[in-house]
Every structure is written in C-alpha cells, then in structure tokens.
Ligand binder design. Structure first.
Ligand code: ZN
Length: 233
C-alpha cells in the first residue's frame, strides 16, 4: 500500500528542543518505522512543497495519509484541505496525529470545534478499551509514556465509531486518545500521542499502534469522483 506522511515541518527547524528529539523531522521518524513493513511504500511530504505537498496526483497515489501539524494549521489553504477531504470521502485512509486534532481537513470532515484542554509534561498511561479492534493488535499491556502533553476532556468531537484507546494522565485528566470515524468511503483514526518535545514516536508500542492503524485505514473500496444521488429506473 502507498503511505504518505505529511508534516508541517516548522518546529523541528525553529526550536532546539524539538530538533534534538527529531533531527530529521517527525515525518522521517514515522517514515522510518513504517517503511520496515514490506506491505508499505512510504513517502514524506511537507507544507513547503508545491501544492503544500498534497497535489491531486500525490493524493490519488496515496492509500493512507498521516498528518502531523501544530502551529501552521492556518497556513494550510482551503484548497488543500478540500482536496484531502475529497480523497478521504472517496476512500483514502486518514490518520491525524496529536495536535493535528485541529488541522483543517479533519475539522472539515468532522464538523466540530475539536477543542480540548491541554498541559505540558505529564505522564500518560494509554489504555486499550477495544482489545478486539484491529488497531489494538499486539497491544496487550497499557502503554506508558513518561512524558507527554496532556490532552483532556471535554474533547469536542462527534461521537466516534470506536474509542480504541483512553489516555489517563498523571494530573488526573482522561482523554479519548484513539478514536475512529467513517466519512464517505474513507476511514479516519485520530491518535493523541506525539507531542514534538518528547520522543513518543520512538516508542515501539506507539509505532505498533500507528502501523496497525495504517493497515486498518487502507481503502476497502475506492471510488473515482464525487458520490451523487442516482436516479434508478
Ligand atoms: Zn503538543
């Protein structure tokens, strides 16, 4: 399957604490562990590329799109967000990570504010609450992240199809950390871990969950073009 990892790629270039954790960028770290899977062909694209890294051609050639964004959400154009949304509705899998809860395409797809509560530097225990879900494959123990940014409820999302993981934080907050949605023919998995100052994407269990999510989100059927009401004779 063809996997595209999109990263706004600003904070790794701007801030020393982030550069130290991800010297090649968050996208490269994700590409590296996904590319170890024989069934995945992985490419990285970033905001500064032509068409913001997401041309019609690239999206057509993508089965699953992962998205990491934070400070540059507003730089993503309406046109880019619309293109991504259209491809998800046609069947492309979409995995927004961490602060991509507020990225434009996800907001367009889900239609809610995506607001939440947050605080830096808490310990997280990520608990699987749907052990039979394909995204939970191999995750038999809670995942402990010694340092993670706390995201807390209420998280203003539409009712998910499934909550696969629940995050519990050392400041006694809880969060729906891994949620699935269906929009059109496409599958979406939002996954909370991955604050840029902590090496969360180097954790083997986190890598396993993201790998599982890519396989789960791959299109079952993909249509070509808009879906319209059809008069039947
Ligand atoms: Zn963060």
């Amino acid at each position: 399957m063809k996997v595209t990892v999109w990263n706004e790629y600003e904070e790794e270039l701007l801030y020393e604490d982030v550069k130290r954790v991800y010297p090649q960028g968050i996208h490269e770290c994700i590409r590296e562990f996904l590319a170890k899977n024989e069934d995945m062909e992985v490419r990285c694209v970033t905001l500064s590329m032509p068409d913001q890294g997401l041309s019609e051609e690239i999206l057509r050639d993508t089965d699953v799109l992962l998205w990491w964004g934070h400070q540059a959400h507003e730089k993503v154009t309406k046109e880019t967000a619309e293109r991504v949304k259209r491809h998800v509705l046609m069947g492309m899998g979409f995995i927004p990570l961490h602060s991509a809860h507020a990225c434009r395409p996800l907001k367009e797809l889900l239609g809610t504010s995506m607001n939440l509560r947050w605080k830096h530097g808490e310990r997280e225990k990520l608990i699987c609450v749907a052990p039979s879900h394909p995204i939970a494959r191999g995750i038999t123990e809670p995942v402990i992240l010694e340092q993670e940014e706390m995201y807390g409820e209420y998280f203003d999302i539409p009712k998910p199809d499934d909550v696969v993981f629940l995050g519990w934080f050392s400041n006694e907050e809880a969060f729906r950390s891994g949620c699935t949605f269906t929009r059109g023919w496409g599958k979406i998995f939002y996954f909370q871990p991955g604050h840029e100052e902590y090496p969360v994407y180097r954790n083997p269990q986190i890598q396993q969950i993201i790998t599982n999510a890519v396989r789960w989100a791959a299109p079952v059927n993909r249509r070509d073009g808009e879906y319209e009401c059809v008069q039947v004779h």
